[in-house]
Design a protein around this ligand. Structure first.
Ligand code: PMP
Length: 344
């Protein structure tokens, strides 16, 4: 737990208790007050530190893990980084099966954090023995004393946010929160946070943010899996092409979809207006606020909390690269080099 003027035993003591910061400019014309839970203040720079620590400590409590045992997951993203970080401190091997689509930067980052990375072909079906799902499952079966985190299907993912993120937001807002707006990937963040907050006040409205190209919103509305909803999109960490068991659909009142393009522009706008350098999905969640405000969702005395899941530094070759934005067609005209040229 973070405390002033204290020396910490390890970076693990810095996980959780992230700040809630008022948004001042980007929402200034909206009805209501808006606050962001900034998860990049975790030592691994994302909300996934919470689930990595929680799931590993639950396994320790059950006696499943001994020093030298193995943590296995299929991710090249934030969860991989957090698991690698927790594994180093606690003395576990961390094995990550990742898709060959993952950028070399991400793979290097995981290796830097001591993880053993298996790069698996991206264009094979999930049940192909070469897929990262199957490779992770096989490694789990082969290695005694291993834990397969399986974040999309692990109830502990929800529990981590119930005990952490949800309780913190409730206390930080002194129970005055009226709306929670958060991205849904595995759904662990929104489900666990919403569950805790709704137990305190069932009238708090919970709105999930989903991507165009994901099945989640439609499934929430119909409880049917509609393959027609699925098509490629660019934003990572948001939405899914399957129904994650780590999403408790009953805790969420509604979903709203945002585009890749709007979310990218909004992420850039957050940096320029609030001085917060946050990830692509933080842009998505503020984009959702814009759409909800436009639709008349908020009243003057509402207190709306959003979750900013990770740090902007992970997106330097994407949203924060003018070249990438141009390549996606996200600028109206070919963007001129914006770096000032010094005249000699
Ligand atoms: N944003 C980012 C950048 C993420 O990596 C994730 C996790 N996939 C999310 C949002 C969504 O969080 P959750 O998986 O808890 O729904």
């Amino acid at each position: 737990m973070k405390q002033e003027n204290k020396v910490f035993k390890s970076v693990l003591d810095l996980i959780g208790n992230t700040p809630l910061v008022k948004l001042n400019k980007i929402t200034s014309n909206f009805k209501g007050d808006f606050y962001a839970k900034i998860e990049s203040f975790n030592p691994g720079h994302s909300s996934k530190d919470r689930i990595a620590l929680y799931i590993i400590e639950q396994a320790e409590k059950k006696g499943i893990l001994k020093p030298g045992d193995t943590i296995i997951e299929t991710t090249s993203g934030n969860t991989g980084f957090s698991l690698a970080m927790v594994s180093i401190i606690k003395g576990y091997e961390c094995v990550l099966a990742v898709s060959s689509k993952s950028s070399p930067d991400k793979i290097d980052m995981l290796k830097t954090m001591g993880a053993q990375v298996f790069v698996c072909p991206a264009h094979v079906s999930a049940d192909d023995p070469r897929s990262y799902y199957e490779v992770a499952k096989r490694l789990h079966q082969e290695r005694k004393g291993s834990v397969y985190i399986n974040q999309y299907f692990n109830q502990l993912n929800i529990d981590a946010h119930y005990h952490g993120t949800g309780k913190e937001i409730w206390n930080q807002t002194e129970g005055t929160i009226t709306h929670l707006v958060a991205c849904s990937g595995t759904g662990g963040t929104i489900s666990g946070t919403a569950k805790y907050i709704k137990e305190q006040n069932p009238n708090v409205k919970v709105i999930g943010v989903d991507a165009f190209g994901s099945v989640i919103k439609k499934y929430h509305e119909t409880r049917e899996f509609d393959e027609k909803e699925i098509y490629p999109y660019r934003i990572e960490g948001l939405g899914k092409n399957l129904i994650p068991a780590a999403t408790d659909f009953d805790t969420i009142d509604e979903f709203i979809k945002v585009t890749d393009e709007d979310s990218a522009h909004t992420a850039r706008q957050i940096a320029k207006t609030e001085g917060m350098f946050v990830g692509y999905t933080s842009g998505a969640v503020v984009q959702a606020l814009k759409q909800l405000n436009e639709a008349g969702e908020f009243k003057e005395d509402d207190k709306v909390v959003v979750i900013f899941p990770d740090h902007g530094s992970r997106y330097m070759s994407k949203v924060y690269s003018d070249k990438w934005m141009n390549d996606q067609g996200f600028f109206d005209s070919v963007h001129e080099e914006t770096v000032e040229k010094v005249q000699y």
